[in-house]
Design a protein around this ligand. Structure first.
Ligand code: ZN
Ligand code: ZN
Length: 113
């Protein structure tokens, strides 16, 4: 989804072990495969700061990686600590919205339950 001005997450939840749900203030019910979020980590360890190239090798990320804690960062994002110990990634609301894989956001059918 494209994030409109002033729209923020109002609640985070989980739908089974592998799906993170994000409720947005405009009523959008976002869904994310948690491993896809881990693979999309925007931190300097996972993305080359200069080239923007993703340096994280998906083969090194466990299939069952899970968030262990999610903390708000200011008024613009969240920081996720993962079960593999990685905790440096900050996902801005805009990034989260872009990564949303709920059915309306993904023509090919969305995140399975
Ligand atoms: Zn990272
Ligand atoms: Zn969505």
């Amino acid at each position: 989804m494209e994030l409109r001005d002033g729209v923020v997450p109002t609640g985070l939840g989980q739908d089974g072990p592998s799906v993170l749900t994000v409720r947005w203030s405009d009523g959008h019910e976002g869904r994310h495969r948690v491993r896809d979020l881990r693979l999309a980590c925007p931190c300097a360890q996972c993305v080359d700061e200069w080239t923007g190239e993703r340096t994280l090798d998906p083969a090194t990320v466990a299939e069952d990686v899970r968030p262990v804690s999610i903390d708000p960062v200011g008024r613009y994002g969240i920081q996720i600590e993962w079960s593999d110990g990685h905790a440096t990634g900050i996902y801005t609301f805009e990034t989260l919205a872009t990564l949303c894989s709920c059915a309306p956001c993904t023509p090919e059918g969305g995140t399975p339950a």
